[in-house]
Design a protein around this ligand. Structure first.
Ligand code: AMP
Ligand code: MG
Length: 426
């Protein structure tokens, strides 16, 4: 691991490149959960709960009806059928938002709407469809099947004191609903990681120089924008550091702007064959390199280290490599920093539609689509050409098909593992 980048030119892959699992372990062991903060739940979507939340109130708060109908004593409607209807007087009328006037007197029924409290003593709510209310102040029952049903008991969902959210749970829309149900506007989460995003290269331009791109003299800094968006989908806050020219002083100036960031991503400029200025600036700033290449494709020229004690990723410049290494190495790290219980996104099992051949010396992450198949696992298919500069292979992809080292052929129909690419739904 201590060998310099030049060693990589001798053999491919070189003996000191890490396998991807080892590389991820090295990264995760150096990423700590960030401090906690109390925030409004409405702005915390995607963050991780950092303090258990205990319920303050019962839900539902009272025994209530699951139907529009009539609260009854079961004995009073026993044996009711179409041929043997039973008619009883209505002693109470309870719309939603009102309370019963008292316990249900025997031999009477109470009209009750869905969600409204049922009177004490009632054993069930007979749905309105099984009754006839044509008589004045009386109701006729044709069935007894609901006589002991359709009451939602107080606290059957949540009891005061129950733990409703646990440390490490994601703040989902449903979690926000549970908090709101409890009258809780705020909760304690881990702070969102602030992550600096720097691009490198004299060939790059951004939107302020788009004319240069249209004229065919530069290429757009697409990595900066794609990586920032990936950070957002991972629950992090991107801090744009712009494009560093191949100039040590420029690199240093931009990295200094990341002083209040929790981590930094730099794309291009720190791998084999890159301009020395970037590496020189990093060395000069005291970057401690942990590893510098990984046995994967795309994305083998991935550098990871600590810069000022904070995680620093030197991602490859090729647009696909940058995005794939983000999904494989950055997303889990950011999730760990943000306090999620499971750093890695659960994989999807799928079936290969066609045979896929791979090279056994590296773990491959192929860009694939997932299609639903009735009664079977989803089917995966390559998005098309898999070159590391083909960004549309990524934009068309639903996930990354993992073909581990040592596997040179996936037969058609084989069951495979796919890392889903979150983003569609945020
Ligand atoms: P490098 O890692 O500098 O050798 O770059 C590899 C390839 O990625 C080259 O074709 C670069 O032009 C391209 N590249 C580097 N940085 C970016 C970026 N920020 N956006 C888009 N392409 C990039
Ligand atoms: Mg470059």
């Amino acid at each position: 691991m201590s060998a310099g980048p030049a060693a990589g030119r001798e053999r491919f892959p070189a003996a000191d490149w890490l396998g991807w699992r080892d590389a991820l372990d090295q990264i995760l062991s150096r990423c700590e959960a960030l401090p906690t903060e109390r925030v409004e739940a409405s702005g915390a979507l995607g963050a991780a709960v950092a303090e258990d939340v205990k319920a303050a109130v019962f839900h539902p708060p009272w025994d209530n009806s699951a139907m529009d109908g009539f609260a009854v004593h079961a004995e009073d409607v026993r044996g009711a059928t179409a041929d043997n209807p039973i008619t009883l007087p209505i002693s109470d009328d309870i719309p939603a938002g009102c309370f019963p006037s008292g316990p249900l007197p025997r031999g009477t029924v109470a009209r009750v709407m869905t969600g409204a409290p049922v009177p004490e003593g009632a054993t069930g709510v007979v749905r309105v469809e099984h009754t006839d209310d044509s008589r004045n102040g009386e109701i006729t029952f044709f069935q007894e099947s609901d006589a002991k049903r359709n009451i939602r008991r107080r606290g059957e969902d949540i009891q005061a004191g129950d733990t409703v959210l646990r440390v490490g749970d994601p703040v989902t829309p449903a979690a926000i609903g549970v908090l709101a149900m409890q009258g809780m506007r705020n909760l304690v989460v881990r702070r969102r990681p602030r992550v600096g995003v720097m691009s490198n290269g004299n060939e790059l331009a951004d939107f302020d120089e788009v004319a240069e791109v249209r004229a065919g003299r530069r290429i757009m800094n697409s990595n900066g924008h794609a990586l920032a968006a990936q950070l957002v989908t991972a629950g992090a806050e991107p801090v744009m550091l712009g494009i560093a020219r191949d100039d040590a002083e420029d690199v240093r100036r931009r990295l200094e702007r990341a002083a209040d960031c929790d981590a930094v991503i730099s794309s291009a400029g720190v791998s084999v064959g890159d301009h020395d200025q970037v590496k020189a600036a990093l060395d000069d700033m005291g970057m401690q390199r942990v590893f510098w290449r990984v046995r994967i494709r795309p994305g083998s020229p991935l550098t990871f280290g600590l810069l000022g004690g904070r995680p620093f990723w030197g991602l490859p410049g090729n647009p696909v490599s940058a995005m794939v290494t983000f999904e494989v190495f950055l997303r889990p790290a950011i999730r760990k920093m943000a306090g999620h219980r499971e750093p890695e996104v659960p994989r999807i099992r799928a079936r290969a539609r066609k045979a896929i051949s791979s090279s056994a010396d590296l773990t491959h992450f192929y860009r694939v689509t997932l299609s639903r198949v009735a009664g079977d696992l989803p089917e995966v298919e390559l998005t098309g050409p898999q070159g590391s500069g083909i960004l549309t292979s990524m934009s068309a992809a639903d996930g990354l098909l993992v073909v581990p080292e040592g596997v040179s052929e996936i037969p058609a129909g084989a069951i495979v593992d796919v890392i889903p690419i979150p983003g569609d739904w945020l």
